[in-house]
Design a protein around this ligand. Structure first.
Ligand SMILES: C=C(O[C@@H]1C=C(C(=O)O)C=C[C@H]1O)C(=O)O
Length: 179
């Protein structure tokens, strides 16, 4: 994992462009379009799954997030950072960004430690945009990992950019290749 450093934004590219450098085992995880929460629970087997809320606040998205959401610069949004843990070991850290004007009724602050996915994938007309991939570390977390992905979910006027950083610890616990 080449860190983009805490200050700089991860570099994203289309999923297909990353395929040659990605092992088939990781492709199964990174390229999947269904709920990551459900996959982690299944792969975790007997391990206990928990969403650990790291930070949730109103704030300014990073430049790459602003561009992905098509927001004007300095536009405030709801920022949610979590660690998806199996037996208290973080396998994925995620950062989701919701433009405020899309928050009609979907008050993410009440989500707490319930998985965002448990709400998102219940929406009947949920649309998920294309997946993009990065080999950079999460700028909001210390642990490193081989791959990260992001995609835009839309449901009526609600939009959320979901960014998921798979951690080295997950590769170790599941016996996945380093990349
Ligand atoms: C989008 C999903 O929700 C997961 C849970 C998140 C949360 O609770 O903040 C964030 C990213 C996702 O990995 C999913 O399960 O696929």
């Amino acid at each position: 994992m080449v860190s983009s450093g805490p200050g700089s934004d991860p570099r994203w590219r289309p999923l297909a462009a990353a395929r040659p450098a990605m092992s088939p085992e990781w492709w199964q995880w990174v390229a999947s379009r269904d709920s990551l929460t459900a996959r982690l629970i299944s792969a975790g087997g007997h391990r206990h799954f928990r969403v650990r809320l790291l930070n949730q606040r109103l704030g300014r998205p990073r430049r790459d997030e602003t561009l992905a959401l098509g927001l004007p610069l300095a536009h405030h949004a709801w920022l949610r950072e979590v660690a998806l843990c199996l037996d208290e070991r973080p396998w994925v850290v995620a950062r989701s960004v919701v433009p405020l004007d899309g928050l009609h009724g979907q008050r993410l602050d009440r989500l707490g430690e319930r998985s965002l996915g448990s709400w998102l994938f219940r929406q009947p007309d949920l649309e998920r945009g294309p997946l993009e991939v990065s080999a950079d570390s999460a700028p909001f977390h210390t642990d490193s990992g081989p791959w990260a992905r992001r995609s835009l979910f839309r449901h009526r006027r609600f939009a959320v950019l979901v960014q998921e950083f798979f951690l080295d610890r997950m590769a170790g616990d599941l016996g996945l290749p380093s990349r």
